[in-house]
Ligand binder design. Structure first.
Ligand code: HDE
Length: 705
């Protein structure tokens, strides 16, 4: 009897059967979570219109239960974050360095999700506090997810992960009274610092302008830890990874940052949201520092020590690709809050080093998601799902979404053809030889705590040094324990005697009797923000105007600004419309209650006699100009508008500059003209000045530092 070949027909599963019956409401009808449509949903069910509420009200019970459970625990660090989608493209195949597939084909766009964050503050804290910023990127590659979990500072507080809970306990609000919020300016943090000298380098960065970025779009990202790139032949190189923003690295000033925390606490997140919304997509180049394995011991620091950077002049940064952020999230909770990063999420071609900080991170990230996202299935949440399928024998657990089929959930098996089985070219850990005694010890090569802090200090401009000193005065000035204050001076005397003396003077401590030095004279120009890229693009200018303004002038200036990618917003006494001398109208974007100079990169005062006469009487307008001046921002004025600049009596500006000028003058970031013929030239100079970001010379730092 000949055998008939039969195709096995499997009955549709229960879910497949149900899927066939799925119906959609019109998408607007209110239902319960069981999809029951509701009427009169604004009132709870009562016994009589004034009577008690009834337990039977399933809608009330369900709605309240869900609301009561809306919050999940915030991240223990990096609680306040803001995310965006985008893509990454490599410039050229990186075959020589790594076999990672997403780093081979320049025509391929790999989707990414980035979450920027502050570290210390709670979810509701202000954006502009002095803090490290997180810069975490999830690459959804064809070989699974790769997470580059970076910060905007290239070094870390501690060398060994075991101290992480200590540094976080010390910097978080003090436990007895939960004060202060989102700030390192308190006793427990500085107590930890003076007892942990390995923090010195990171503290210099934290006291610098890097800790108060102007925008997430204008800060670098650093992988901090040493990783490895491994190519298809198995050759490995040590690497440090960097993000370099195409707009350069720019910061706020501390006074401005503090005011923004009150007036615009969402300053950085709004900036990111608005610019992406306008199509001004933030871009960052991915940079890699490569170090051959045989050069591991070539440096006077240990390359496995996360409190050290690799000076870019010694180990150049190779720019290998670009990331563009081009889409805001649809839902903050679903995406930004539920995204789960893990420093251990790597793809073939990217591997770890023995950096003891990194090794600890590999455990912590996975572990923390269990409590935060409520179970082991957080990889199934849409924002965390890889773009390629997941096959394994992991099953069940809280919030499991996948409906696994069949009876096989083990390996090896014969019932399912041994699937899922090992991949042919799956992830193979780098076969590093490891040999050592089991000891709790730190290598002697980790024990130079100060040299790089000195290099950082040496590399700063005059203005940057001044800001660092002022930051110490604020931070340590808020420390109540006088012994700790003195010990800060003593500790930073190891970094630089002049720095320690200046700190001491501001905080009522005793300056060092013997100003110290590490003897390090080296500078690394890449560390100074003075040497960064500059552009006027995406900057924001406040245009002060009232009724009676000169329409032609304002239009010419704002249109040239727009062409240069600069946004201009009209600020006036009241919202609504203002009318020009010749009857033309413009809409006011903000009044003096909703706006402040701190929210802009520059200010421009238009001409028009009646307009400027009103501005001259407005204390708010005068204050606006003075404050912008104090924060070293560009100030532009034309015709009668120059009167307001002159009346502001800007301190420290040469008398000649203060005179109402007929001709174009552009000095110290103050650009003025009363000559209508020069308007084109004026616009050009104004844009150049805005691109400078700040004009420190105005503040005569030389005398002050
Ligand atoms: Fe993290 N870090 N970290 N960190 N980290 C977390 O993971 C940790 C470190 C960084 O937007 C936590 O999901 C340890 C360095 C970013 O969701 C936690 C150590 C760098 C983010 C954790 C470090 C980072 C985190 C808290 C020392 C720069 C936010 C919530 C051994 C390279 C990611 C979470 C996001 C978040 C642990 C040090 C960057 C607890 C143990 C160095 C950007 O797992």
């Amino acid at each position: 009897m000949g055998k008939e070949k039969r195709t096995k027909v499997t009955a549709p599963s229960k879910n497949e059967q149900l899927a066939a019956f799925r119906m959609d409401h019109d998408g607007k009808t209110l239902t319960t979570n069981q999809a029951v449509p509701l009427s009169n949903s604004g009132s709870s069910l009562k016994a009589g219109s004034r009577g008690p509420t009834l337990m039977e009200d399933f809608h009330f019970r369900e709605k309240m239960m869900h609301f009561d459970h809306e919050r999940i625990p915030e991240r223990v660090v990096h609680a306040r974050g803001f995310g965006a989608h985008g893509y990454f493209q490599v410039y050229e195949p990186m075959t020589e360095y790594t076999k990672a597939k997403f780093l081979q084909d320049p025509s391929k766009k790999t989707p990414v999700f980035v979450r920027f964050s502050t570290v210390v503050g709670s979810r509701g804290s202000a954006d502009t506090v002095r803090d490290v910023r997180g810069f975490a990127t999830k690459f959804y590659t064809e070989e699974g997810n790769y997470d580059l979990v970076a910060n905007n500072i290239p070094v870390f507080f501690i060398q060994d992960a075991i101290k992480f809970p200590d540094v976080v306990h010390a910097i978080k609000p003090e436990p007895h009274n939960e004060i202060p919020q989102a700030s390192s300016a308190h006793d427990t943090f500085w107590d930890f610092v003076v007892n942990t000298p390995e923090t010195a380098n990171m503290i210099m960065w934290l006291m610098s302008d890097r800790a108060i970025p102007r925008s997430f779009r204008m800060m670098e990202g650093f992988g901090v830890n040493t990783f490895r790139f491994v190519n298809a032949r198995g050759k490995a190189r040590f690497v440090k990874l960097h993000w370099k923003p195409l707009l350069g690295v720019h910061s706020l000033v501390w006074d401005e940052a503090q005011m923004l925390a009150g007036k615009s606490p969402d300053y950085n997140r709004r900036d990111l949201w608005d610019t992406i919304d306008r199509g001004e997509y933030p871009e960052y180049e991915l940079g890699v520092q490569f170090l051959e394995e045989e050069d591991e011991f070539k440096f006077d620091f240990d390359i496995l020590d996360a409190t050290k950077f690799w000076p870019e002049e010694d180990v150049p940064v190779k720019l290998i690709g670009k990331m563009t952020l081009n889409r805001n999230v649809d839902n903050f909770f679903a995406e930004t809050e539920q995204v789960a990063f893990q420093a251990g999420n790597v793809v073939p071609g990217i591997d770890f080093s023995n950096d003891p900080l990194l090794q600890g991170r590999l455990f912590s990230y996975l572990d923390t998601q269990l409590i935060r996202l409520g179970g082991p299935n957080f990889h199934e949440i849409p924002i965390n799902r890889p773009v390629v399928p997941v096959h394994n024998n992991q099953r069940d657990g809280y919030h499991r979404m996948t409906v696994d089929h069949g009876r096989v959930s083990y390996f090896p098996n014969s019932l399912q053809g041994n699937a899922p089985h090992d991949a042919e070219n799956g992830y193979m850990h780098y076969t590093e030889k490891v040999d050592g005694h089991k000891i709790r010890q730190r290598s002697d090569s980790f024990k130079d705590f100060y040299s790089q802090a000195t290099i950082f200090w040496n590399s700063m401009s005059i203005a940057e040094k001044q800001h660092i000193v002022e930051a110490f005065h604020f931070e340590v000035g808020n420390v109540m324990d006088k012994q700790i204050r003195q010990r800060v001076v003593d500790m930073f005397n190891y970094v630089d005697g002049q720095l320690a003396t200046k700190i001491a003077i501001g905080i009522g401590a005793t300056p060092p009797a013997n100003p110290g030095t590490t003897g390090v004279t080296k500078k690394s120009p890449a560390l100074s923000q003075e040497n960064t890229l500059r552009s006027a693009r995406t900057r924001k200018v406040a245009v002060l105007a009232e009724n009676g303004f000169n329409f032609a002038e304002i239009t010419q200036v704002t249109e040239s600004l727009m062409r240069a990618g600069v946004e201009a917003e009209i600020i006036s006494k009241t919202l609504g419309m203002i009318t020009s001398i010749d009857g033309q109208q413009l809409e006011v974007k903000k009044n003096y209650q909703t706006a402040g100079s701190i929210m802009y990169d520059a200010v421009y005062i238009a001409g028009g006699r009646r307009c400027v006469d009103t501005l001259l009487l407005l204390g708010d307008a005068m204050h606006f100009v003075n404050e912008a001046f104090k924060h070293a921002k560009t100030i532009g004025a034309t015709n009668e508008g120059v009167d307001l600049v002159a009346a502001a009596q800007l301190q420290g500006v040469p008398i000649a500059l203060m005179q109402p000028q007929a001709q174009l003058v552009s000095e110290l970031g103050i650009v003025t003209t009363r000559n209508a013929v020069e308007m084109g030239h004026f616009c050009q100079k104004l844009i150049e000045a805005i691109a400078q970001h700040r004009h420190w010379l105005r503040q005569k730092q030389k005398e002050r530092v």
